[in-house]
Design a protein around this ligand. Sequence first.
Ligand SMILES: *Cc1c(COP(=O)(O)O)cnc(C)c1O
Length: 436
Amino acid sequence: MHRLLAEPNISQYEGQLGRETIKVTIGRLFDRLRASREMPPYAAVLDSLSADLEALALAQLQPVINATGIIVHTNLGRAPLATEAQAAIAEISRGYSNLEFDLEGGDRGSRYAHVTGALKELTGAQDALVVNNCAAAVLLVLDTFAKGHEVVVARSELIEIGGGFRLPDVLARSGATLVEVGTTNRVYLEDFEAALSPRTALLLRTHPSNYRVEGFTEAVEARDLVALGARAGAIVAEDLGSGALVDLAQFGLPHERTVQEAIADGIGLVTLSGDKLLGGPQAGIVLGRANLLARLRSNPLLRALRVDKMTLAALAATLELYRDGSYRERLPLFRMLSASVDALRRRAEPYCTAIKNASAVESDAYIGGGALPETRVASIAVAIAVDKPNALTAHLRRANPPIVPRVDGGRVLLDLRTIAPSEDAVVLDAVTRHGG
Ligand SMILES: *Cc1c(COP(=O)(O)O)cnc(C)c1O
């Protein structure tokens, strides 16, 4: 045991795993060896132990460097938080807080009150509610209003988003009957009108987050659907998913429907994610008319979907950056989006000098995360030509912190749009240590 613990190959894991975990892992390895009644040579035991520790270290939840160029990368934790939001989490998690305590009256308060004011002010909605994620928000809306009723959805919008969340299945689970209207490519207001029945509860619009219907297409305008809903006595809900609070055209991107536009169109219930284009923590936000939100609040399911104080702290701090107008500089998401291609090209220079067979190439970065699926963001990547790209990517995944690049043809691409300038030195160092 002592000899193994002193090996540099083993002690290097102490920082990450702690000495106790290493001892436990050695103990388990010895148990396995005893059970198999074999005593392999010392070098083989050492190899086996370092493989075990490596696997443990890689399995830990830890920061990674995103070199994929996909800005809102669901597998890599979506939106990085602003320092203000990080600080708010640290402060609120340190001790007690007025999470559900009204400091003015000295009695019980609402946890949602800490963010509803900002959400209403920013979006023009009458009321707001926050749950664990957008999928939970959609579930709450359907459970509250659609159970035992009919929900009318355009065939072009019957989405499946990542992680097995399929709208038709969620509808079925909530006890609603799905009424599909139109065709895959063309849906008219008359289709919705013809589908109305006394059992119609909801007319549902969804953001086709991860695909696009192009060519010979026809969709129903939100305002027309709202007018139809008013005539028919049905609620019009819209699942925006990505949920932009500002016009992305200011970053040279195509216009993406904003939350404010949906509210201004008269949509009764709007749902969106907190950690996509909003740039905040994982959360699901419901905005809309006060009478509808009141019904969501009284649904017992809300208790099971309720957000934690750290989420609320981070969300409140993030919303504050929109209120004071500093979101462009303060939110990492928008900092990444607004970096100029020239600036990225300059950052590529030290890489190209230090790494053999590396060159700066034009690259397509993506917003990702179910937002603007087709929209490419012009970027620069450091392209490294190597015989075995998979060996280099495996090496980078084992760096500290791990680096996740993209592979294109025979080249490993490090997209500089999602690598923070402060991470350049670590990335460069990790690549050169592979002998690149
Ligand atoms: C991403 C997305 C969701 C799910 O959001 P989560 O916050 O991941 O639960 C729901 N609807 C649409 C349209 C989306 O794009």
